[in-house]
Design a protein around this ligand. Structure first.
Ligand code: C2E
Ligand code: CA
Ligand code: CA
Ligand code: CA
Length: 279
């Protein structure tokens, strides 16, 4: 049941109450979980399609809950949207990415990127830029080492303001990827107006791309369009060799998905790095 506001509000009142209660509980739990160190990151490699070289890693949040086990980010991040706790958690994620990058640089790896997911609340937070600038100084890292992933959902609120924020962060050297591309209502409008570097084809198109004609055509057109605009295109959710081969043959730049690697827990990251990847 969805609430549409207006008179429908009352019909779904019970449901709304439960959702609010659940959210309030979540917010409290997240605050505690941060203090208790229950969050970690997993890093999923992004590979250059034509060479199988590691291009970088997407940082994905993991919550090891003492009773509920591993809680999926899809089960708590949407609930926390617009909450101050999501902003704190988001800053924790960014700091952790800098720490991990410093660890990688210390073993001689400095030509990869870490892609960081930003929530809407975080992207519009007034402290974002100064926080990032402070971290660059503290860790002595280059902004070019980090890519910020935004969804259309993140951008939709105030496009003009989003562009101002993106321009400022790009001036520092950060790059931007549009995540889940094609799943929103106005992907093409964003592509035209946003100062982005990378387009991420959503995995919902990739999963059936070799069976479903429409998905296949959407992917091929997206790759061609993105390349013609001079931007980089990455496909996520690549699970099979056949998908990989088709995407590579059709000029998709980067590949992310279970076929190469599931997200790797922080502790296993340095074992992965340096390992030769053969498909
Ligand atoms: P996303 O940004 O679209 O991330 C990709 C999701 O696809 C990840 O799910 C990843 O584990 C999964 N995935 C990767 N390769 C494959 C594949 O080959 N097949 C399939 N079926 N799935 C694949 P995950 O880690 O559960 O994250 C879910 C979502 O939670 C993310 O979707 C993102 O929207 C959000 N999220 C995760 N970490 C963060 C974070 O630090 N901050 C924010 N704001 N959101 C995050
Ligand atoms: Ca993402
Ligand atoms: Ca995505
Ligand atoms: Ca997604």
């Amino acid at each position: 049941a969805k609430d549409h506001g207006g008179d429908r509000y009352f019909i779904y009142h019970g449901d709304m109450f439960q959702r609010v209660a659940h959210r309030v509980m979540m917010e409290g739990e997240v605050k505690q979980a941060l203090a208790k160190g229950q969050f970690s990151l997993s890093l999923q490699p992004q590979l250059v399609a034509k060479t199988n070289k590691v291009h970088g890693f997407e940082a994905l949040l993991r919550w090891q809950h003492p009773e509920r086990g591993m809680v999926s980010p899809d089960d708590f991040i949407p609930l926390l949207e617009n909450s101050e706790h999501m902003i704190s958690l988001g800053y924790w994620v960014i700091r952790r990415c800098f720490e991990l990058y410093k660890g990688m640089r210390d073993i001689g790896l400095s030509d990869v990127i870490i892609a960081i997911n930003l929530s809407a609340a975080q992207f519009t937070d007034v402290n974002l830029q100064s926080y990032l600038e402070a971290l660059l100084k503290e860790f002595d890292l280059a902004a070019e080492n980090f890519e910020l992933e935004l969804t259309e959902h993140t951008l939709v609120k105030d496009i003009d303001k989003a562009i101002v924020t993106m321009d400022a962060l790009r001036l520092l050297g950060f790059s931007f990827a549009i995540d889940d591309f094609g799943t929103g209502y106005s992907s093409l409008a964003y592509l035209k107006r946003m100062p982005v570097d990378v387009i991420k084809i959503d995995k919902s198109f990739v999963v059936g791309m070799l069976e479903n004609h429409a998905d296949f055509q959407i992917i091929m057109s997206t790759i061609a369009m993105v390349k013609n605009l001079g931007l980089t295109v990455i496909a996520e959710g690549v699970e099979t060799k056949a998908q990989l081969r088709t995407l590579t043959e059709n000029d998709c730049d980067l590949i992310q998905g279970y076929y190469f690697s599931k997200p790797i827990p922080e502790a296993g990251l340095f074992d992965f790095i340096g390992r030769e990847i053969v498909d």
